[in-house]
Design a protein around this ligand. Structure first.
Ligand SMILES: [Zn+2]
Ligand SMILES: [Zn+2]
Length: 439
């Protein structure tokens, strides 16, 4: 039979595919919807797809001459009679060409990647967070933080005093649910504190290997949860030597991160009170570790109680200035992303790490007002790791920080006593051992 215009129809159309003309970016040669039978050469002219005003094309290069148009085509996912009407006019120049000419516009152009989204929590405003429990369900930690009046939070991603069994990964569904809930609540940054058993500086090779493996799992879970920071105590050199400890920590961090794409995650080394053989009470030690990991995104978390116990008198304005100067001279203030705001039960320079409620310890409320308002600490997240001696202590500490900052409590404040009385006994036991943050 003859096609319209008296031009012989093609001998054979092997496959036809869709090119929705209004939406070139979505063209895909995989959108094959019509078989050779559907639009075979012989009945092409009768196909509604071939009606004048419709562009038709074919996947297989073949010489189609139909009504002066160069190719045969039906629309993806639509039967031929629902073919989108198109712009044959534009093709009139090619009326007598044969075969499929290359048309750059016919190429599949993947949609450009979405421009990186600024997370909703990055408002530029003050971020006050608290370490919250993941008991029951990890996503509950988010609601707990929100109910306490925080707009940021810190969690453990697994039990902090047990080595994870197996590969130590979170179920993908749990991680997804966590990320979705966090987006809803607009909480951030999300800080994850590593397991207390990890000691990358351990001179004991078995413990060290376990620590590296465990740190690796910490990074994996932090990535899965979409965390911003992973805070770690550098480690203790025990009966070894501090320099060997520093080298071991740096090596351990590199081993733990090997093969992982950290994305936006940064590892933060926390300064310590200097208890026992713990590394990191001097900022030079943190700097040495950072310098030995040039390929890793390593920053610093400053704990006020640890800084005070390590000898910086942050009670007074001059003492705070001196501490900030020392931090800037060594690790650099730009590397400080998180401040753990804890008052101290122990005296200046005691080298003993005991957290206290804000304003109830040796540092005092006035100093925290100064820390929260200090221009050099602007933009940092202030995270509480204060004890829970009485129900509601956590919410009270959050409220005290907002008050000292002269800001209203973060919106969405929930119930006043978000920590249930049932948590108290457990919290006490934990505090007694001075585990500053609860599981
Ligand atoms: Zn801390
Ligand atoms: Zn501490």
């Amino acid at each position: 039979m003859e096609a319209r215009g008296g031009i012989e129809p093609p001998l054979k159309v092997l496959q036809t595919f869709a090119l929705p003309l209004g939406d070139r970016a979505s063209r895909r040669p995989t959108d094959i919807i019509a078989s050779a039978e559907t639009v075979r050469a012989g009945n092409l002219a009768e196909s509604p797809a071939a009606a004048p005003g419709h562009l038709v094309c074919a996947l297989e290069p073949f010489p189609i001459k139909f009504d002066g148009r160069r190719s045969a085509k039906v629309h993806a996912g639509l039967p031929p009679h629902r073919l989108l009407s198109t712009h044959i006019k534009a093709m009139s120049k090619e009326q007598h060409s044969t075969g499929l000419d290359y048309d750059a516009a016919d190429e599949y152009h993947p949609a450009p990647p979405p421009s990186p989204e600024i997370p909703a929590w990055k408002t530029g405003g003050l971020r006050i967070g608290i370490h919250t429990s993941i008991a029951g369900d990890i996503a509950l930690a988010l609601d707990r933080a929100r109910d306490l009046g925080a707009n940021a939070l810190q969690i453990f991603s697994a039990s902090p005093r047990m080595w994870a069994r197996g590969i130590g990964r979170l179920a993908a569904a749990d991680a997804e649910r966590f990320r979705a809930r966090r987006r809803e609540l607009q909480l951030g940054p999300l800080v994850i504190h590593t397991n207390y058993l990890i000691n990358l500086a351990s001179p004991n090779p078995v413990l060290r290997a376990r620590s590296v493996q465990s740190f690796h799992q910490e990074i994996v879970r932090a990535i899965d949860l979409g965390a911003d920071y992973l805070v770690a105590h550098p480690g203790s050199f025990c009966d070894g030597h501090v320099q060997e400890g520093i080298a071991a920590i740096a090596h351990g961090l590199r081993q733990a991160a090997r093969g992982l794409k950290l994305g936006g995650l940064r590892i933060l080394l926390e300064n310590t009170a200097g208890q026992g053989s713990s590394i990191g009470s001097r900022f030079e030690e943190l700097k040495a570790i950072i310098d030995a990991c040039p390929d890793l995104p390593v920053g610093v978390c400053i704990d006020t109680a640890h800084t005070f116990a390590a000898g910086w008198d942050v009670r007074a304005a001059e003492g705070l200035e001196a501490a900030l100067r020392d931090i800037d001279r060594t690790v650099g203030l730009a590397r400080v992303a998180v401040v753990h705001v804890n008052d101290s039960k122990t005296a200046l320079g005691s080298r003993v790490d005991r957290h206290e409620h804000i304003g109830k310890g040796k540092i005092g409320a006035e100093a925290f007002a100064r820390i929260l308002a200090h221009p050099l600490l602007n933009g940092r997240a202030f995270i509480l790791e204060t004890p829970i001696d009485q129900p509601g202590d956590d919410g009270r500490n959050v409220a005290v920080l907002w008050k000292l900052a002269g800001k209203p409590l973060a919106k969405n404040k929930g119930t006043k006593n978000a920590s249930k009385p049932t948590n108290v006994r457990r919290a006490r036991r934990v505090t007694a051992k001075h585990i500053s943050a609860r599981y």
